[in-house]
Design a protein around this ligand. Structure first.
Ligand SMILES: C[S@@+](CC[C@H](N)C(=O)[O-])C[C@H]1O[C@@H](n2cnc3c(N)ncnc32)[C@H](O)[C@@H]1O
Ligand code: SF4
Length: 344
């Protein structure tokens, strides 16, 4: 398939709840929000007080056919613990739009769910795991029930890969969050992905506000730039056994940890990429800097995808590049993981 430069990609945080309580999650933690749920524009929480219901979600999905939307990343929260999620996936696929599921992998241990993923023709499943080391992963990505963890993520990936058999669909990939404490996952994560039979690997830099309690401990800084560059150089030089983000990605990652803010000429945010929050709010991208600089969000509630994502203006320059948005490049270049031709 040839890439369509007019196509719109949606990153859709479909629902807020999650079975894990990752300590660095963009959604914060339930414990901190029980007392005071954040109220500022674009704020996310695992407490699902304002999440859209299935009727509102499917009403919007029914307007997708013939719109510019061609690819939807379903994330969250954890999308695969929401019982009606596959109804939404089925409706999106029926609209002729690609679906990539972004999951913590634990729900993939449910055989009926894996069967539905395969039977509906989901295009890819991206699974998050931060290390081949179970203790490291489960320290930062603990399960809320105190039971599930690394072992279940691995068995979930294995179940999905076994179920697809000799078919190349869905593509399966591993996503790892890089912090100051696990820079070596840039290489070891690729090896693990390959060992498991995954098709792609994306190491993504942690994004935490300066005021976050873990910022000092986990956020990469300019002091980590040399180690990060070296890790990425080795990864790309070694001819990794799985597909990787395009070769411009490592420099972007390093740039984002070296500079607090930066400039992107002709950014795709708001032109080819949009971010939808669980309450239906639509932003140009998930960057907190961009959200803070945005006028009031639009909404998918009661909206038509044709009007909401009407003909594109030219991509506009953005002076708000940060580690918050660097993770959008692998989404926009996702065709390389689906074996599609991608614009250079
Ligand atoms: C918010 S999760 C939602 C989907 C699913 N629950 C999962 O964990 O894959 C989407 C991705 O964001 C990553 N993520 C969460 N918080 C992050 C942060 N502060 N910085 C960088 N990546 C983060 C997760 O590891 C995951 O790969
Ligand atoms: S599994 Fe995903 S949504 Fe859940 S806490 Fe972890 S990063 Fe956040």
């Amino acid at each position: 398939m040839t890439a369509d430069l007019n196509a719109v990609t949606l990153l859709w945080a479909l629902r807020s709840p999650c079975n894990l309580g990752c300590r660095y999650c963009y959604f914060g933690t339930i414990e901190e929000h029980r007392g005071a749920i954040p109220q500022h524009s674009g704020a996310l929480s695992h407490l699902a007080r304002t999440d859209l219901d299935l009727a509102a979600i499917t009403a919007f999905v029914r307007t997708l056919p013939g719109s510019r939307v061609q690819r939807i990343f379903i994330a969250g929260g954890e999308p695969l613990i929401w019982p009606p999620v596959m109804e939404v996936v089925a409706a999106i696929k029926a609209a002729g739009v690609q679906v990539i599921l972004c999951t913590n992998g634990i729900p993939l241990n449910r055989p009926e769910l894996v069967d539905m993923i395969i039977n509906l023709g989901v295009d890819a499943v991206s699974v998050s795991l931060d290390s081949p080391d179970a203790d490291y992963n489960d320290t930062w990505r603990p399960a809320r029930n105190g039971i599930h963890g690394h072992h279940d993520v691995i068995s979930g990936i294995q179940a999905l890969i076994a179920a697809r058999g000799s078919s190349s669909s869905p593509r399966v990939g591993l996503y790892s969050v890089i912090t100051r404490l696990n820079i070596d996952v840039v290489r070891t994560g690729a090896a693990l992905a390959s060992e498991l039979g995954c098709d792609y690997f994306v190491p993504q830099p942690i994004a935490l506000d300066r005021g976050h309690a873990l910022h000092t401990q986990l956020s990469l800084t300019g002091g980590d730039a040399a180690a990060m560059s070296e890790a990425f150089t080795q990864l790309y030089r070694s001819g990794a056994p799985v597909r990787l983000p395009d070769p411009s990605y490592p420099a972007r990652v390093v740039d984002s940890i070296t500079h607090q803010q930066g400039f992107v000429s002709g950014c795709f945010g708001g032109t080819n990429l949009f971010f939808i929050e669980p309450d239906g709010s639509v932003y140009d991208c998930p960057s907190s800097l961009k959200i803070a600089a945005s006028a009031a969000a639009r909404t998918i509630r009661g909206a038509d995808a044709h009007a909401l994502f009407a003909a594109p203006g030219p991509c506009t320059d953005c002076a708000l590049f940060s580690r918050d948005c660097v993770n959008m490049w692998p989404l926009m270049g996702f065709g390389r993981f689906l074996n599609e031709e991608v614009p250079t």
